[in-house]
Ligand binder design. Sequence first.
Ligand code: MN
Length: 244
Amino acid sequence: MMITTLPLIGITVHPDDDPDRANLDRLLAQIVQGVERAGGAPVLVPLGLSETTLRGLFARLDGLLFTGGGDMDPALYGAEPHPALGGVSGERDRTELALARWVAAAGKPAFGICRGAQLFNVAFGGTLYRDISEHPGALRHAYGAEAESALRPHAVQIEEETTLARLVGRPALEVNSLHHQALRQVAPALRVAARAPDGLVEAVELIGHPFALAVQWHPECLPDLPEQRRLFEGLVAAARLTGA
Ligand code: MN
């Protein structure tokens, strides 16, 4: 086994024309900081690369971080458009779906944030609530930028014997919540690692993979909380151990 002391962590990006760009730029900057503080070297993965270039870049990366952003095209999970959809980018969907499937095939460490959890689910055959109003009895999950760190509106209950449980070392966490979509039918390749009190999935992990975890909240906005920093540290630690 080869030990990489400064693992390269590929970080996916939103398109320049995303309607929520100002907020996403700020979240991306916090993610870059989170990766660096955890001991990784952040590498932004641009959109628009050929599959050959993307594959070559993927092969050089030690881990992947899938960031938050706009909604995935519902056609990818067999659903019709919905009035609440926003920020759909075919190029982003194509890029991230390829990376997520390569992560699974290669056993390469990966961490997903918000859209990243939805991406994992769609990549492996699951479906989404196009808007959380489609979930009976849903709590409010869609808070604005003002709530990134100031408000943790709901708890998540963490499933035992998951990577998430091992990292945070607690049965529950209070989290922020900036999402209007959520997982609906969970893909068979994934296991649920945490749920909100209304039953919505808040974290998933790829079964049988060394480290592929995605959460629905935004740990990058909560760097003062050790249990949130541990999510970044877990990714970097897993990426440091690259197959020889
Ligand atoms: Mn939530």
